[in-house]
Ligand binder design. Structure first.
Ligand SMILES: [Zn+2]
Length: 343
């Protein structure tokens, strides 16, 4: 017992002499004296060898020792924190905040917003619909019944067959849904993502974005169509841009046309973008087929309408000179960073 008490006295001196001003020193002190395999725990184990009449006394001595160790440990931790704070490693309240990385809009979103804002000024409302579409809205209602050759124009992702459910191949399905519910006048644009089963390359992708427009009312003529699109093109690409129409075929319009604009790079003189023709194609359009109107219970002897559709990626390509469709979905920050600030 005497020997033990001497040892404890020595330990107390050792502890009192312990110094250090970093968190390592405090931790080492804790492990050495207070840890589960530390000195104090070891001494506690001696209790069983102490004669019964001295156990109480020894317990008191050990408690004092443990209390001293804990106090010393606290003071070492305090010293470490003070040293850290004065050296600036803990936290410097005067440092400027970490910069918040503000993202930019995707180029497709920028173009979409521009298109929507131009047509909104002409009184067009935005309509949206599901991307998983049934056969009726995607094909049949749009003058493309089963086995119609027009269906061959689109390679389709079928989700289900009999009844057929597909990933919509165009946003015309949204027009179908609006005509189903709303009576003329109808004046909408339908921006959205569409899907085609195509091999991914610089010029084709399995999904892309369209904006379609539909205007149905009494006395809507091809002249209205031309003027609407001319206004759009001038707002989008500038006042100097010219337009021209070429006859074409779509199952849901008659007559149908494709519209070109004068090349935005060479101004019509001829360059690689316009394949030296001076013109670039940007959209398809036409007068809504009377059969379409009848399909939706709209009196085709009273109402007429026009429709048009364009690819947002195409508009984006002409506006920003993006020549690879894959860039839009690769999430490459080097590409996306170039559009920061666009709205
Ligand atoms: Zn050109």
């Amino acid at each position: 017992m005497e020997q033990l008490l001497q040892q404890i006295e020595q330990l107390k001196q050792e502890m009192n002499a312990a110094t250090g001003s970093d968190s390592d020193a405090a931790e080492q002190f804790r492990i050495k004296y207070l840890g589960t395999k530390g000195i104090i725990k070891g001494l506690m184990g001696e209790m069983k060898n102490i004669p019964n009449d001295q156990k109480k006394n020894f317990g008191q001595v050990m408690n004092d020792l443990k209390q001293l160790a804990e106090e010393k440990w606290e003071s070492l931790k305090g010293a470490a924190a003070d040293a850290g704070a004065s050296a600036g490693v803990d936290f410097d309240w005067t440092l400027p905040g970490a910069p918040v990385n503000v993202g930019g809009r995707h180029p497709i979103s920028i173009v979409r917003n521009q298109i929507v804002s131009i047509f909104k000024r002409l009184g067009f409302a935005v309509a949206e619909g599901p991307e998983i579409e049934d056969d009726w809205h995607n094909f049949t209602a749009l003058n493309m019944p089963e086995n119609h050759t027009a269906r061959d124009m689109q390679d389709t992702f079928y989700i289900l067959q009999n009844p057929d459910w597909v990933l919509r191949t165009h946003t015309s399905s949204v027009q179908a849904r609006v005509m189903e519910k709303q009576k003329p006048p109808i004046r909408i644009i339908c921006p959205g993502r569409v899907y085609r089963n195509e091999t991914i390359s610089a010029r084709a992708h399995c999904f892309f974005h369209q904006v379609e427009g539909l205007y149905i009312d009494e006395h809507v003529s091809f002249a209205d169509l031309k003027q609407t699109l001319y206004f759009f093109v001038q707002e989008m690409f500038g006042k100097d841009v010219k337009i021209r129409f070429r006859p074409s075929y779509f199952p849901f319009t008659e007559p149908s046309a494709e519209m070109d604009i004068s090349c935005t790079v060479c101004g019509g003189k001829g360059c690689s973008l316009c394949k030296h023709t001076g013109w670039v194609e940007i959209l398809g359009c036409g007068m809504v087929h009377p059969k379409m109107l009848d399909n939706f219970g709209i009196d085709s002897s009273k109402y007429t309408g026009f429709a048009f559709g364009m690819g947002m990626e195409r508009i984006c390509q002409l506006k920003y000179r993006v020549n690879d469709l894959r860039l839009y979905s690769q999430n490459d920050v080097r590409f996306l960073d170039q559009f920061t600030g666009g709205v």
